[in-house]
Design a protein around this ligand. Structure first.
Ligand code: 2RA
Length: 332
């Protein structure tokens, strides 16, 4: 017994991670389809020891599957997903296309799996920077109620895809050889630099990436009163997003209680032994499922606030793994 599953965007970083995780977690599959844009048609992707031929993403093709994991970009999701959903396929979409649609559940399985009950064949996967922030904060929110979040992200280039990784590597090498390497993927050189600009600018000079963190937090926690103050920054790191978080709660707590709650929280791993130089870092989180939390300490001037440093593999828990955990809920 198994399910007919399609990975749509199978040649991208997230699509390939989805195939890897489907295999690792032994998801029961009777037929596996790989779809991508026309330029990858006829190429092959790996699934365990098998090679799967990539088909061009079309509504009729994808509708052969019972479940379709989409990571092919907002435009194609908007074009294909509604039609495929009408044909009965359940879509878990990793793009921004449907996240704020009131008819579409936006789900982090550790937090709001009950929202899956009311899906209408499209479910949205949240943005990577929101997922890791909320996996770390929700257990504390359940105990002491969040009032305000200040967050600064340090996002790796892989969040922008394979071309962005290539740009980091080639521009780093060019920089070391003192050669010119004008940026194509990023708005400024990324090698040996930080770019406080991810996605386009919206109202009030916040970026779309920053506003995703605000709006998605409100939707997932069902609480539009939580004040979220984000700044998103691209860093010359290949994989793994990091976040500095200062969170203020409504009720009193001790630091020992925070450690206890986080140590027992689903999907969280506390790495916090400053005297032994133990704290999360992106190079050690690559390929791991957990959201890593460290540098946990009380705010010096506000006893109801804490500071922490949160790191996670943005391609895995920030995208592919979260989608497959949603799938696991649906087939359970
Ligand atoms: C990024 N958040 O890191 C995006 C990917 N979804 O660019």
């Amino acid at each position: 017994m198994g399910y007919k599953i399609a990975v749509v965007g199978a040649t991208g970083l997230v699509g390939q991670e989805m195939l890897k995780i489907l295999y690792e977690r032994k998801i029961p599959i009777s037929e596996l389809y790989a779809f991508a844009s026309a330029k990858s048609e006829g190429t092959y992707v790996e699934f365990g020891n098998e090679k799967i031929k990539v088909e061009k993403a079309t509504a009729d093709g994808i509708a052969k599957a019972e479940f379709a994991l989409f990571s092919i970009g907002e435009e194609i999701s908007l074009e294909l997903a509604p039609e495929i959903a009408k044909k009965g396929t359940i879509i878990i979409d990793n793009s921004n296309a449907f996240r704020m649609d009131p008819e579409v559940p936006l789900v982090i399985p550790e937090i709001n799996p009950e929202d899956l009950k009311n899906h209408k064949n499209i479910i949205a996967n949240p943005n990577c920077s929101t997922i890791q922030m909320l996996v770390a904060l929700n257990p504390l929110h359940k105990r002491w109620k969040l009032k305000r979040i200040f967050v600064a992200t340090y996002q790796s280039v892989s969040g922008k895809g394979k071309d962005a990784i290539d740009e980091l590597l080639t521009s780093t090498s060019a920089f070391l050889k003192r050669e010119d390497h004008p940026p194509k993927v990023f708005p400024h050189p990324i090698a040996f630099n930080l770019i406080p600009h991810i996605d386009s600018f919206e109202d009030e000079n916040y970026t779309r990436e920053e506003m995703k963190m605000v709006r998605e937090t409100h939707k997932i926690l069902h609480d539009p009163t939580i004040k979220v103050s984000p700044t998103c920054v691209r860093t010359p790191v290949i994989r793994g997003h990091s976040e500095v978080i200062n969170a203020e709660f409504q009720d009193d707590f001790s630091l020992e209680e925070v450690f206890e709650v986080l140590s027992n929280a689903p999907g969280v791993r506390v790495l916090d032994e400053p005297s032994n130089k133990v704290y999360p870092m992106p190079i050690f989180c690559e390929g791991r499922d957990e959201v890593f939390v460290g540098r946990i300490r009380k705010d010096l001037f506000n006893p109801r606030s804490i500071n922490m440093w949160v790191v996670s593999d943005n391609i895995r828990k920030g995208a592919a793994l979260n989608a497959i955990q949603i799938l696991e809920y649906l087939i359970k």
